[in-house]
Design a protein around this ligand. Structure first.
Ligand code: 0A1
Ligand code: ZN
Length: 880
């Protein structure tokens, strides 16, 4: 294993390379244990670089087999090769030259799933962020753009299919049953977008005609026999291609676009030019094996990777500090796409939930970092909710500030000006500043300051003068490495809802406001509204226009008023959710202090009324009925957290709601959408509502019977898993549950992706007893520590989706996670490090649990041979 060097990389130290790559020709002779890689690179010395400056190439666990300069073997005195670098001296001062680097690698032994590896007999690559250097010595950084020609040679029986980026140039047969294929990608690209896939796979084919009339072949490769399960992904791909033309004027730019699904993959998917590689979880779907959530994820991820073709590939990042340049922007684009395909408010509600559940805790804990970090030790640890989700929110705020038209103009300018370049956030922002004439200097702090801003809001209503004033003050808590923060620009969408439910129109006399948005740009500011006819209720941060927390004393009655009358659907949900959160936090505090929980009748009534309100979308009602999770309540409480009292308070509230709405829920639970199954948003919304209703009605009835009946009769995976979850979480000891789990297992044991659901549902069953269940499941023949999806399904679901199990008072949950992290660190450090981030909120726990968590972390950090990935996470987690 590459041992940690302790090296830290800093944004401020950026320097262009000394040598410029012009083109690269790669030849692969594939073999599971000894693949030969020959890389011929044409380079020249950059103007102004010293004549004796050597060429330094990156490597990672490589051995050099040969090195030539312009076709001649290079004198050993002129180069030094180590596993992680190749340094060459004596290169021409001005003329271009060609170096030929030969390496030999072992794909089968590559368990890190970075570089060239084999999964189920298929060769595949993963080069982002720094995997290319595990294939050959190269200047492996995103600002080195080159035109690639790739020849892949393999035994025909082992790999009838030979793929790489770009367009197919040709191929043919060799001796001894071998064959070859050559691919040429005319678009200059960084090495992280290189891809190669070779193996024996099935395919579905389609085609797309671009807006300018070009034909593009579309292919999705999957394991033989699974072809039909890729049809939904193909449909999404075509919709994405059309959408990017219609909404951004972006056309696809090669003759072919390919997706390959593999079952061992560290992340969701990868946007390699013309040859996306996907975790098969995000390609394969049919009603019997995939849930509505799976379909929705496939829609988002296929679109996301496709959209990268322009935001990421045609215009890429100058360095890895700029990761949000491609990720935040592309997430923003996939959000807009999904909003256009489905119900926009419901989509936005789920984005807000994800942001609060994953990004807010990151910002509030030891791993907090700016959307554009200023330094890193291991870049793989920065594919985070902050870079992706908060990065997307920042782009959304640019659009809010500029308005739709100017935003589109800014994007057009960005595409025009920077096509084919590797650029920075400053370049991106300059385009918007230029088209709008706005100074975005203060706004740019969103990229450099970590932490979630908090805004305290107070309002005064003067009935005599009809003046309503809103005073807001922003604060931003210190985060690791940033003790003092500057005042930010927070665009807060608002509405003043009058007594009769109507909205007061009119902008404030003081304070900057445009198009329904208050711009808080000072530490403290008052916005004064005149001529307000009745006491208004302030609806602030509508649609979550800024990713901040709002501290405002608002009565339950006012929140209910917003929930009833706000013209914005997202704001109505926000008010309901705030109401529920207030109540749950109070209930958790009371429970903890041994006091009886506060009366939840008001909340129960409003939730039941929402459930029964047929004028509302079903998906919206389902969202409204899904109470804040235990982890949401913990986040609101913030410190000295006792997960058990949170759980028991929440269960009391759930039971109150269930009792109050028993009849309504009973009716809704039986109302399934029409057969046959369709994954569209409307039917999915109907299933979501009947699913949440089922969970309430079972709670009210105190019997697993109804859930078991639904389980037995389910004809699709969504309904089946809803029922299984009710059984396993509400009635863990019931015979019905044991029977359903066994039925599920025997029916789906040959489908690992479905078995992941079986693992996850069991791992998330609340309570201390689940830990032993998780341990037992690790011995299940269906479990495989080597497979990232399986590890995430069992260990990841337990640590992130089971607060009372994972944070068990005796610390056994922490120890289990830390042992598993150490067990896989050598094989797959990226996965190990990612799993370990589940410890990030340990300091918010009550002192006893905190100490046990600390001891578990200290035990990890005491291990001498840690990967850089895990070393980085464990040290930051302990330090922050
Ligand atoms: N760029 C991909 C994410 C990704 C990052 C790293 C990977 O390997 C370690 C793989 C994929 C995306 O945003 O989808
Ligand atoms: Zn991405």
């Amino acid at each position: 294993m590459r041992t940690d060097t302790g090296q830290v990389f800093h944004l401020k130290n950026y320097k262009p390379t000394d040598f410029v790559v012009e083109r690269i020709d790669l030849t692969f002779e594939l073999d599971p244990v000894a693949t030969l890689v020959v890389s011929r690179v044409i380079l020249h010395r950059r103007a102004g670089v010293a004549e004796d400056a050597p060429l330094v190439l990156d490597g990672d666990e490589l051995t050099l087999e040969g090195l030539q300069l312009d076709g001649e073997d290079l004198d050993h005195a002129l180069f030094t090769a180590t596993p992680d670098s190749l340094t060459i001296h004596g290169l021409p001062a001005t003329a271009p030259f060609e170096i030929t680097v030969t390496t030999r690698i072992a794909p089968e032994a590559n368990t890190k799933l970075s570089g060239l590896y084999r999964t189920k007999g298929v060769y595949c690559t993963q080069c982002e962020a720094e995997g290319f250097r595990r294939i050959t010595y190269f200047q492996d950084r995103p600002d080195v753009l080159a035109v690639y020609t790739v020849t892949v040679i393999a035994r025909k029986d082992e790999a009838p299919l030979l793929l790489s980026n770009g367009n197919y140039l040709g191929g043919g047969n060799y001796d001894e049953g071998r064959h070859f294929a050559t691919w040429f990608d005319p678009h200059p690209k960084p090495a992280y977008l290189f891809a190669l896939v070779a193996g024996d796979l099935g395919v579905i084919e389609d085609s797309f005609t671009t807006q300018s009339g070009r034909q593009v072949a579309l292919r999705i490769y999957v394991e033989h026999g699974k072809e039909l399960r890729a049809t939904y992904a193909m449909d999404v791909l075509k919709r994405s291609m059309r959408w990017d033309e219609e909404v951004y004027g972006r056309e696809y730019d090669l003759d072919i676009f390919m997706i390959v699904a593999v079952s061992d993959f560290n992340m969701g998917a990868m946007e390699n030019k013309g040859l996306n590689v996907f975790n098969d979880k995000y390609v394969l779907a049919d009603p019997e094996t995939a849930t509505d959530a799976d379909y929705a994820n496939i829609e988002i991820i296929v679109a996301h990777e496709y959209f990268h073709n322009w935001t990421g590939n045609r215009i890429t990042c100058r360095d890895w500090f700029q990761l949000c340049l491609k990720e935040g922007l592309t997430v923003y684009r996939d959000h807009c796409f999904a909003a256009d395909q489905r119900s926009a408010p419901v989509k936005r509600i789920s984005e807000i939930r994800v942001l609060k559940a994953h990004q807010f805790p990151e910002d509030a804990g030891p791993l907090a970092h700016p959307v554009r970090p200023a330094s890193y030790r291991e870049i793989n640890n920065f594919y985070t909710a902050t870079v992706y989700e908060k990065g997307s929110e920042v782009v959304g705020m640019i659009r809010t500030i500029l308005g739709r038209e100017a935003f589109r103009k800014g994007m057009d300018l960005y595409f025009d000006r920077h096509d084919g370049e590797a650029v920075t956030i400053e370049d991106f922002l300059a385009c918007f500043a230029e088209v709008s004439g706005r100074d975005l200097t203060q706004f740019a702090l969103w990229y450099s300051q970590a932490g979630t801003p908090s805004v305290s809001v107070s309002t005064v209503w003067n009935e005599a003068t009809s003046v309503f004033s809103v005073t807001m003050e922003q604060t931003l808590a210190p985060t690791p490495g940033q003790s003092r923060k500057q005042v930010m620009h927070l665009p807060l969408a608002y509405g003043l809802i009058l007594e009769d439910g109507g909205e007061h129109v009119g902008t404030p006399r003081s304070g900057e406001a445009r198009d329904g948005v208050l711009h808080l740009t000072k530490r403290k500011q008052t916005f004064t509204f005149e001529g307000v006819p009745s006491r208004p209720v302030l609806s602030i941060n509508r649609g979550f226009s800024a990713p901040v927390t709002i501290a405002m004393e608002q009565s339950a009655a006012d929140l209910a008023h917003i929930a009833r009358h706000d013209t914005d659907g997202v704001a109505r949900w926000q008010a309901l959710n705030d109401h529920a959160t207030l109540h749950l936090v109070a209930a958790a505090r009371f429970t903890r202090d041994g006091r009886p929980a506060p009366d939840g009748k008001e909340l129960a009534d409003i939730l039941v009324a929402t459930a029964a309100d047929e004028s509302l979308e079903q998906a919206f009602r389902a969202q409204a009925l899904s109470l804040p999770a235990e982890s949401d309540i913990a986040r609101e409480i913030g410190s000295n957290i006792d997960p058990d009292s949170i759980r028991s308070a929440r269960e009391t509230v759930l039971a109150e709601v269930a009792r109050a709405g028993r009849d309504v829920f009973g009716r809704l639970a039986e109302k399934m959408p029409e057969v046959p199954y369709s994954p569209d948003a409307l039917s999915a919304g109907a299933r979501a509502l009947s699913g949440v209703a089922l969970s309430y009605v079972c709670l009210a009835e105190g019997s697993p019977q109804r859930a078991k009946t639904v389980f037995d009769g389910a004809d699709n995976m969504t309904v089946m898993t809803q029922a299984l979850q009710v059984l396993a979480h509400q009635f863990p000891e019931a015979e019905e549950t044991t029977e359903a789990l066994a039925t599920f297992e025997s029916r789906f044991e040959d489908n690992p992706l479905v078995m992941d659901k079986w693992f996850a549902i069991q791992a998330m069953a609340p309570g201390a007893a689940t830990l032993d269940r998780v341990k037992a499941l690790m011995d299940s023949p269906h479990f495989d520590r080597q497979n990232p999806n399986r590890m995430r399904a069992l260990i990841g679901s337990f640590t992130s989706g089971n607060p009372t199990g994972f944070n068990r008072a005796d610390g056994a949950g922490f120890r289990l996670l830390c042992e598993e992290v150490l067990a896989i660190d050598q094989r797959n450090p990226q996965l190990a490090a990612r799993l370990l981030t589940a410890m990030r909120s340990w300091r918010a726990l009550e002192p006893g649990r905190q100490e046990l968590a600390r001891l578990a972390l200290v035990a990890v950090s005491g291990v001498a041979e840690l990967s850089t990935d895990v070393r980085d996470i464990v040290e930051r987690t302990l330090a922050g």
